[in-house]
Design a protein around this ligand. Structure first.
Ligand SMILES: *Cc1c(COP(=O)(O)O)cnc(C)c1O
Length: 469
């Protein structure tokens, strides 16, 4: 049986959409001119558009569809929960079985002392919760002046006012007067793009120590927390040098500040462990989760809170005047619970760690031999390649950043591969259930698209390094 209105012609859907739908992260004028891509169905790691074209979804939707599309158990559990209790809130001392069970399950899976859950509808909302919660935490301890939060340039923490302010995306800050006061940003551990002649290890240490100097500059007594992604996702799958996280951890242990680890992407198996904090040996005081926790089938996010923070809030915080109508929504909780059950029963994370991620790493690394590629890197089931006109020199293009990346992305779409561009970095984060055969297919497609991109860039006179502009 078809879902509603899947039978309408593409042009009709595009016209309605162009007239009435304002899309996220989209240049509406450009989209209206060409018509939106219409995706109508999906199965496993593949999508189909309204013209019948099949696409290998190298981005798992938006980093979230870990179990792939069409999982009957997730569909059925949502239907059963909706029949029993489609909605009730968790405000005012009320709960329901899915929220209670999911809280306990998350506490069991999460590392260390992260035993308490505050539910949200998305990663952005969870980070809004975190901002208010860390400030409320310090105020409850009689230190309301500890309110500044340190984030990172090119970090991504979501799109609400607080989340976009915590993030360090210049173009986002330029629209709407962000960041809000009380949030500062230090430089990122992006060795390929910013490391110059230093070794990755030296560079990682230097970038971590910026946290220390920023704490000194502002004053430890003014700082509430540091927030960071274990691996920057939307920033371009930026995997920090091995020296980075140990040094950040040292600084956070020595200083009286909270560490918020945003695992919206890296959580739930993406890096080959349940959490990026396991992979990088990080001890968060608060962790942000969303995306993969429901495999993207329904929207859910949450903040995981460590015992020592939750204890202070419980003993001294009083009522926390904060919550979302859909905090702990029963149907989304039921789908998240079922997602986690499937992941455990099918040993999805173990399979990524021992089989498919090592295989992806090995196959992905071969792309580094391509004459357009300055670096190929991967961490678990997320990976990036850097386009460059002079790969050995890690040279950026003379053309505006993102020109080559956009051309490559369009060529990928035309060849049935969804690979995202971030500037001139191409990234993938396929469903965690991708098989070795499907990885082979993805690599062959990617290599073909790089050949075509190389030709297109040469033809357009764009294979010019910035130094020769
Ligand atoms: C996607 C993302 C968010 C925001 O999550 P939404 O569900 O889109 O609000 C926050 N942090 C990171 C690291 C993300 O990748």
């Amino acid at each position: 049986m078809l879902a509603p209105d899947n039978h309408l012609p593409t042009a009709e859907l595009q016209a309605m959409d162009a007239a009435h739908h304002i899309h996220p992260f989209t240049d509406r004028a450009a989209m209206t001119k060409r018509g939106a891509r219409v995706i109508t169905r999906a199965d496993g790691i593949y999508l189909w558009d309204s013209e019948g074209n099949k696409l290998l979804d190298g981005m798992a939707g938006l980093w979230c569809v870990g179990l792939g599309y069409g999982r009957r158990e997730l569909i059925d559990v949502a239907a059963r929960q909706m029949a029993q209790l489609p909605f009730y809130n968790t405000f005012f001392q009320t709960t329901h079985p899915p929220a209670a069970l999911l809280s306990a399950k998350l506490a069991q899976l999460a590392p260390g002392a992260l035993n308490h859950v505050f539910f949200a509808g998305s990663g952005s909302e969870a980070n809004d919760t975190n901002l208010r919660m860390v400030r409320h935490y310090w105020a409850s301890l009689g230190k309301p002046e500890k309110s500044v939060i340190i984030g990172r340039k090119n970090g991504y923490h979501g799109s609400t006012v607080a989340a976009a302010s915590l993030g360090g995306m210049g173009p986002m800050h330029a629209q709407g007067g962000l960041p809000i006061p009380g949030i500062v940003h230090i430089d990122q551990p992006y060795w390929y793009g910013e490391g110059g002649d230093s070794s990755p290890e030296e560079f990682g240490l230097a970038r971590a120590r910026l946290l220390e100097s920023e704490i000194e500059r502002i004053g430890e007594d003014k700082i509430a927390a540091f927030i960071a992604e274990p691996v920057q996702g939307a920033g371009g799958v930026i995997i920090p040098p091995d020296s980075y996280w140990p040094e950040i951890s040292r600084i956070c242990k020595e200083r009286e500040i909270l560490l918020i680890v945003d695992e919206v992407i890296t959580g739930f198996g993406r890096t080959g462990n349940w959490f990026g904090s396991d992979t990088f040996d990080i001890t968060p005081d608060i962790m942000t989760i969303a995306k993969g926790m429901s495999s993207g089938y329904l929207p859910i996010g949450a903040s995981l809170i460590a015992d020592h923070v939750a204890d202070v809030l419980q003993d001294k915080g009083g009522e926390f005047y904060h919550g979302y109508t859909y905090s702990g929504h029963p149907t989304t909780c039921a789908v998240a619970l079922e997602t986690l059950r499937i992941m455990q029963d099918e040993r999805v994370v173990e399979r990524v760690a021992t089989e498919t991620a090592p295989y992806l790493a090995q196959r992905w690394a071969t792309l580094a031999d391509h004459p357009l590629i300055g670096e190929a890197r991967s961490c678990g089931m997320m990976a990036a390649i850097e386009l460059s006109p002079e790969p050995k020199a890690r040279a950026p293009f003379a053309a505006k950043t993102g020109t080559a990346g956009f051309i490559c992305r369009e060529i990928c779409f035309a060849n049935g591969l969804i690979m995202r561009s971030v500037g001139d970095t191409m990234i993938i984060a396929p469903p965690l259930v991708i098989t070795k055969t499907e990885i082979d297919e993805m690599i062959v497609l990617a290599a073909k698209c790089l050949d075509q991109t190389h030709k297109a860039l040469r033809k357009d006179g764009l294979l010019v390094p910035a130094s020769e502009a």
